[in-house]
Design a protein around this ligand. Sequence first.
Ligand code: PLP
Length: 401
Amino acid sequence: MTTATATEPTTIQREARSLFPTYDRLKIGVVSHASGMHIHTDQGSYVDMIAGLGVNALGHSHPLIVDAIREQAGKYLHLSNLYYQEPQVRLAEQLQRMSGWERIFFTNSGTEAVEGALKLARKYVSSATKTELVGLPNSFHGRTYGALSVMDKEKYRMGYGPFLEGSSAVGELTEEAIERHLTVNTAAVILEVIQGEGGIVTIPENILSLLTQLREKYGFLIIADEIQSGIGRTGKFLAYEHTSLKPDIVVCAKAIGGGLPLGAILTSEAIAEALRAGVHGTTFGGNALACVAGSVVLDQLEDGLMHEVAAKGEWFKGELEKICYRHPGKIYKILGRGFMLGVSYLNNAKPVHAALLERGYITNVTHETILRLLPPLIADKNELGLFLEALEAVTATLTWE
Ligand code: PLP
């Protein structure tokens, strides 16, 4: 596929001439097909330890998802939100049952769910002065203006300002900084209970309970961004269920569409009332193919996969911790829970990522020193055990110049 002839450029050459230069692709050739935990390219086969950046909960091209998509494609693909559609309602009912939330709004992506949630909070609070949207430091909520307005990382914001007026991120993750930042003018606070792009950082309980207290005092809404951490990834349906936090709005995406683009806003009936007909909307959100694929994921989670993730995740983290203890001069700590884990190296983790890639393992580095692992939820102990062997071997020979 990538073999060049005088007249025929390779896919990689054609990509450079046709697409935006926005992505730094993995240099492993051109993907021919993928199934389960495996991605096959014209250069070899790789084990996917990041599941399409947290999307492919059931691995690549799970047969039940492929069948569901095929069956739905025979009925209709896209209708728009002008119509009543069983796939949307079925998935919404599953989400209600599994999350306990009363109302669901479907979007196409994570950042669209974040935008919708921020707008929903403003609309619900409905005040001329209570307009400030606030994020926590080191967060990632997406690439659109609302999301960027509540984030603090320069690498995402540089060159795009000014941002949404009155919106900002708290300066540091301390009780004092949060108390200084939030006021009677705060409309909503958005947070990831486990920050994904930020390096698998778990927000401490004292911060979550302070936010709950300040919500009582000032009457703002709390939005939990579960785009990466939700849909069973941490061993519970939504990661905030491990904590004392009771958010008012939840946003999901990634795994919710079983590999197709889908996001969702989950909230109470009372808050959902703020978005009546005409005040918000989306053309593609809740697409039938994405909804039937998502229903398969939720069926599997309900049928026991989520409990398996809790058990496998605990075992996997324990094994990673053993590697950490054996290499104290290289690994500092294992972060996260379930299948949302980070190996925190004492220096740059990029050489680890590169060496693992050479051995056929796809991982991801976030925050310079953190090797991020988001294996598909179907990963078995055998496959994970082989990865652990590779990680230990790579760590043992690792040197930083
Ligand atoms: N929020 C979190 C926590 C994420 O991890 C991401 C994507 O990585 C987003 C929001 C944005 O989602 P999307 O890329 O689907 O717009």
